[in-house]
Design a protein around this ligand. Structure first.
Ligand SMILES: [Zn+2]
Length: 429
């Protein structure tokens, strides 16, 4: 275990937050050495995601320390980033949060070559640290309800050197055992068998993919995925809200760019019960057609699905190997089964509704692939690929408002069915 050495306490520390998430919104760092250009976070009293942006791949190591009442120190998660710089603006902005889970996030120069980001917790919690490439960012998920196993992180999974293997230092007498212990599991049933007594309407987070600088896939006549999925998302929201049964939110309701990890964080922070990410497929094979709905998995069943996930993740195919370990540990069986069930229901309903307007709409069925936007989602989560924008006939169909309505009607029908059948017991906050 890497120890928090004494001089860290005297280091210049910075923290930063606001109620809705915090960001340094720093301008790009100079090209020379990789550096922390931004630290972002999304938090509520049971969940926090922190994203540390470095742009280029860096060597990092994560570890934890238990609270030290004698020194007045809370439980801490810290990430050491080697060979990286950090902007002075980030160092100088301490902000305390104290929301019951997270006390503050701070950063300092641990030594000449190491920047340390420290997350001060209000209480011991389970956590997970992993990195995503393209651009490189280190993600820390903290779960105040104990769903995420408190396991050491293996950065190798993203081809990153470094390890958090425990190695107590003999030079520091204050050596502490590896912390953060799993917290007490929530008392609510975690399976899907019990009938829930809901304290709120079912919350649905609709996630229109892409946006802003990222157009997504573009069709033969220029139709852009980002515009189509936003139009579908708005229709889904309107239809779900009309029923009065749902509290519907959207990760974006405008043509703006939102990083993938932020979309997941928005759903978690907002305590959504259901997360539906909306996309339109594309293929070099212009004849490829049909609708498919995905759940998160470690790998893909075929080359096409792997290439699709890579494209949606904005990374080369070879980088996808990196998410394997994350999914193994974070994606529990119960939640995956519910996601599989919802995905099948969504796909069947979408195809059925579109078929009433366009006979012959093809179903490619329920599928699985490693989509970053689904990694770390705490709720039932699916990703819809609503036909192929690369197919001239399907692109033309996607210009027809009645087709978009059909897709939306299918998602709405599936979500209503899912929400009304007692499947959401696990997410009763
Ligand atoms: Zn997409």
């Amino acid at each position: 275990m890497t120890l928090l050495r004494r001089h860290l306490c005297a280091a210049t520390l910075a923290a930063f937050l606001c109620a809705a998430g915090f960001s340094f919104a720093a301008p790009p760092v100079a090209a020379a050495a990789p550096g922390i250009s931004d630290i972002r976070a999304w938090t509520n009293e049971i969940y926090t995601r922190v994203a540390i942006d470095t742009g280029d791949e860096v060597s990092w190591q994560a570890n934890t320390l238990r609270a030290d009442p004698l020194l007045g120190l809370p439980p801490r998660i810290f990430i050491d980033i080697r060979g990286a710089g950090i902007r002075d603006e980030i160092l100088r902005k301490p902000v305390e949060v104290r929301n019951g889970l997270l006390r503050q996030v701070r950063a300092g120069r641990f030594d000449r070559d190491t920047v340390r980001v420290v997350i001060d917790l209000e209480r011991e919690s389970t956590y997970r640290v992993f990195a995503l490439p393209g651009p490189f960012r280190i993600i820390v998920d903290i779960d105040g309800e104990g769903e995420i196993p408190a396991l050491p992180t293996t950065p190798d999974a993203v081809d990153t050197p470094g390890s958090v293997a425990a190695a107590p230092s003999s030079e520091d007498p204050a050596a502490l055992p590896p912390a953060v212990a799993p917290s007490v599991p929530p008392s609510a049933p975690s399976g899907g068998s019990a009938v829930p007594v809901r304290k709120h309407r079912v919350r649905v987070m609709i996630d229109p993919g892409h946006g802003g600088k990222d157009p997504g896939a573009v069709g033969p006549t220029g139709l852009r995925e980002k515009d189509v999925v936003l139009a579908i998302g708005r229709r889904i929201r309107e239809k779900l809200e009309r029923s009065g049964e749902f509290d519907v939110r959207m990760t974006r309701d405008d043509d703006v760019f939102i990083p993938l990890e932020e979309r997941t964080a928005m759903a978690n922070k907002g305590r959504a019960d259901i997360f539906v990410s909306l996309h339109i497929n594309a293929s070099p094979n212009r004849r490829a057609e049909g609708f498919s709905t995905y759940v998160l998995s470690r790998g893909a069943s075929n080359r096409e699905d792997l290439e699709l996930a890579a494209r949606e993740n904005g990374v080369p195919v070879r980088k996808l190997q990196g998410v394997k370990f994350i999914i193994d540990d974070m994606f529990t069986g119960a939640r995956k089964n519910e996601s599989l069930r919802l995905a099948k229901t969504v796909n069947d309903a979408v195809v059925r509704h579109v078929s009433t307007r366009y006979p012959g709409a093809q179903s490619l069925g329920l599928k699985q692939a490693p989509f970053y936007v689904l990694v770390g989602a705490r709720m039932t989560a699916v990703l819809v690929e609503a036909s192929f924008i690369s197919n001239a006939r399907e692109e033309s169909r996607l210009r027809d408002p009645s087709c978009l309505d059909g897709i939306a009607d299918g998602v709405v029908e599936a979500v209503r069915y899912y929400g009304q059948n007692g499947i959401l017991a696990h997410s009763d906050y």
